[in-house]
Design a protein around this ligand. Structure first.
Ligand code: TTP
Ligand code: MG
Length: 394
């Protein structure tokens, strides 16, 4: 097979574990981070494993959580604090490979291929990393090891919390065939319903069907995905073939302040731009996805000239956000993305970009280089706040 080794790292009940660490009297108790039960329409950001035993989980309305777990400890989250803890964890991880992909605030994928000469067998290293994170931060983490990024993520979920699972090379297909359909990452609730309705209940059911049948029943993209995933084949081309790239974040509280929303949007825009530059992709179509506190979701998009810098992406995204923002409706999730992605930023830039944009792009490329060499470096951009027409007080 590929000869590659990926380690997926995912902190256990991250926000709740940080709270339990900071308040030792809460250890072993059901802790629910998010809104308080008295706050109408608030939702659970995450719950400690003790609270999960009552059926409480992320994104559940806090009032429902309270019905299930009235003796739980309900606390507001502190994003800034969790980000700091996250940086510390990412710093530890980056000591073992420069090839690290931070997937979310508490998850990262490490390419450990070739590090065995330096650090020994990867399963030993995974356990060493778990121990180091525990010593340094007082938090537990679950790790998965496999020959693809995708399978390593699935492996990290097998023995959660404080778990470790390795899919030995050659066992990829066997692992997938024993995985319940709902655990297949990429099969959401709606797809699962559709699959069940068409008589697919296990990965084995998928595996038995020829690709043509899967494409016919589920469409070209989903059919191909299912065919590959049931075989444990890395969807190598998935990223390249996918015509959109996006970044989104769920807030621990619903955001009602435009400035906070714009700041989050800026971070999302910049990290998305880094990905575009890294993969040498370009696009003309920007979209912003907003999920409001009542879970209604809107996507607004606009097609224009090629996006050539993080600033440009952010400015466009900000305008789209402004179209849908309302102080009356808190924002639960915010995302920014690009569609109709094309290969070949390099080839296009000469004709498409003016000098100012070129300079900006060169700067961002330099920052990107620095970032990939030193993933621990936090590159932050001072935000020049341009007054938007409804930002009011600032
Ligand atoms: P997850 O890694 O999905 O969850 P977790 O770390 O709490 O639990 P697990 O042991 O299953 O990994 O998300 C990381 C953090 O992101 C989580 O602690 C809180 C936040 N989050 C939300 O705010 N809302 C959400 O809907 C989800 C899924 C996560
Ligand atoms: Mg986690």
């Amino acid at each position: 097979m590929s000869g590659k080794t990926y380690l997926h790292v995912d902190m256990d009940a991250f926000f709740a574990s940080v709270e339990q660490r900071d308040h030792p009297e809460w250890k072993g108790k059901p802790v629910i981070v998010g809104g308080l039960p008295t706050e109408r329409r608030s939702v659970v950001s995450t719950a400690s494993y003790e609270a999960r035993a009552f059926g409480v989980h992320s994104a559940m309305p806090t009032q429902r959580a309270y019905e299930l777990c009235p003796n739980g400890i309900y606390v507001h989250g502190n994003m800034k604090h969790y980000s700091e803890v996250s940086s510390k964890i990412m710093e530890i991880l980056s000591n073992y490979t420069p090839d690290i992909d931070q997937i979310s605030i508490d998850e990262a994928s490490l390419d450990l291929t070739g590090t065995q000469m330096l650090f020994g067998p990867s399963d030993d290293l995974a356990r060493k990393i778990q121990a180091e994170i525990l010593t340094e931060t007082g938090l537990t983490v679950s790790c998965g090891l496999a020959s693809t990024k995708y399978l390593a993520k699935l492996a990290s979920e097998v023995n959660k919390p404080n778990g470790f699972f390795m899919i030995p090379e050659g066992d990829e297909e066997k692992f997938m065939l024993n995985l319940p359909l709902k655990k297949v990452w990429g099969i959401g609730g709606k797809t699962l319903e559709r699959m069940n309705a068409s008589g697919f209940f296990t990965t084995r059911d998928v595996h038995e069907k020829p690709i043509e049948v899967l494409k016919m029943v589920f469409g070209e993209a989903m059919g191909t995905f299912l065919f590959n995933v049931a075989r444990g084949i890395e969807m190598e081309s998935e990223k390249k073939k996918s015509h959109s790239l996006s970044n989104e974040t769920t807030f621990p509280f619903d955001i009602k302040d435009i400035y906070a929303a714009e700041t989050a949007l800026m971070e999302l825009s910049y990290s998305l731009m880094f990905r575009l530059l890294k993969e040498e992709l370009c696009s003309r179509t920007v979209f912003v996805k907003i999920r409001f506190e009542d879970f209604s979701t809107v996507t607004v998009q606009e097609t224009g000239e090629f996006i050539t810098s993080g600033d440009m992406l952010f400015e466009k995204a900000k305008k789209l956000l402004e179209k849908k923002f309302s102080v009356e409706k808190g924002i639960r999730l915010l995302g920014v993305g690009v569609q109709n992605v094309e290969k070949g930023l390099e080839g296009n830039q000469g004709v498409l970009f003016d000098f100012g944009e070129k300079k900006k792009m060169a700067l961002e490329k330099a920052v990107l280089k620095l970032k990939s060499k030193h993933p621990e470096t936090k590159i932050q951009k001072a935000r020049l706040f341009s007054k938007s027409h409804f930002s009011g007080e600032k």
